[in-house]
Ligand binder design. Structure first.
Ligand code: KG4
Ligand code: ZN
Length: 358
């Protein structure tokens, strides 16, 4: 297909990503992660992530151009994540993008990381088997997004990717992936905790422990007519504490911790509250399509329950392929290609990396 040829850079957390698209066609998506270097600390260390981006950015750029069979001078535009994310990490990507823009004279577009996550749905062939893939010929007018990762947990209403995206709800404390990572530590499982808990939960009883569903009480939820203060918001710190209490109880009694049951019960709580609120938001806000994104979209129970509840409410579910769910440069390029095609002005060179970009 045709459309603008765009290179996108992502460096907001621990992934250095460079993606190249032509319109809605993905040509290359190179991702280099520094996760291995963070494992022994049990969390992403910003300074280490920034240095790793410095090491990885030029090789990733070369490899992406090589795989796409594209020369720098062929590009119509450059794009980069300007926020939200880790300040130092964002600075490496934005500095690299600005340097490229100066060197090549190509227009540069600053891209919002969260909106970029949704934009991968624009790419042809972005979906996995068993789920609907991309947004067909265009963006649905009634699109919702559920983003769940180590850094964010949000429900968005997307009227127009390049102009009008509303934040319906978000976590008021930990992100869902962060909760997975913290609970894994309590259970003595490896970091990152998501895959470890997902595996440990297999064979566990999800009803073994009744764990809290954050912000689900009436005073937070209200009603459709009179929404409470946190109707579409999330909280996972109480859940993390509840899991720690359960584990401490077993340890105090000198009994072995039933890891599979605790993991399954925890996983059920997260999947239940996250999918319940996302489906509620879609139903009440008239959003007929839901895109699931972020690293936690890999979670087996979350996928299962989202599919089940979306089907029950007549909501079309879009789950991108996993490499497109986690942080990558293709999503940045995909959004920029749309913005370029709409004829919008580039961002110039004087925008700043903004770690708390709304
Ligand atoms: O999107 P991502 O790769 O990076 C950012 O946080 O931006 O997401 C990483 C998060 C980690 O917290 C990890 O524990 C979680 O996604 N994760 C999972 C699974 N695989 C990764 N959480 C639950 N179940 C999984 N299978
Ligand atoms: Zn992300």
């Amino acid at each position: 297909t045709d459309g603008p040829l765009v290179l996108g850079i992502e460096s907001s957390c621990d992934e250095t990503g460079v993606g190249i698209v032509r319109g809605r066609t993905l040509l290359a998506n190179v991702v280099s992660s520094s996760m291995d270097e963070h494992v022994r600390f049990g969390g992403v260390i910003p300074e280490i992530a920034s240095r790793a981006h410095l090491d990885a950015i030029v090789p990733a750029l070369r490899e992406a151009l090589d795989r796409a069979g594209v020369a720098l001078e062929d590009l119509d535009a450059l794009a980069v994540t300007s926020g939200p994310g880790l300040a130092g990490a964002l600075m490496v990507g934005t500095a690299a993008a600005k340097a490229l823009a100066v060197a090549t004279g190509k227009p540069l577009y600053a891209i919002n990381h969260l909106v970029a996550h949704v934009s991968v749905g624009l790419l042809e062939d972005s979906g996995v088997e068993g789920f609907q893939g991309a947004f067909g010929d265009g963006l649905p007018r009634d699109l919702g997004a559920l983003l769940v990762s180590g850094g964010h947990t949000e429900i968005l209403a997307v009227e127009d990717l390049s102009r009008d995206v509303r934040l319906l709800g978000a976590t008021i404390d930990d992100a869902a992936g962060e909760a997975y990572d913290k609970v894994a530590r309590v259970l003595g499982l490896d970091y990152p905790g998501g895959p470890a808990i997902d595996a440990a939960a297999r064979g566990g009883d999800p009803t073994a422990f009744r764990l809290p569903r954050g912000l689900s009480a009436g005073k937070y939820m209200g009603s459709a007519q009179q929404p409470g203060p946190h109707r579409y918001d999330f909280s996972f710190s109480g859940l993390k504490t509840a899991v720690a209490r359960v584990v401490e109880g077993f340890e105090a009694r000198g009994e072995p911790v039933p890891v599979a049951d605790v993991a399954a019960s925890f996983q059920e709580s997260v999947a239940d509250v996250v999918t319940r609120k996302a489906v509620l938001a879609c139903t009440e806000q008239g959003l007929g399509t839901l895109l699931l994104g972020g690293g936690v979209a890999a979670n087996s129970r979350l996928r299962e329950l989202t599919a089940e509840r979306c089907a029950a409410h007549g909501i079309e579910l879009v789950i991108p392929r996993l490499p497109l769910c986690t942080d990558n440069g293709a999503m940045v390029a995909a959004l920029a290609a749309r913005v370029v095609a709409e004829g919008r002005a580039p961002s110039g060179l004087d925008f700043a990396a903004d770690s708390s970009l709304p």
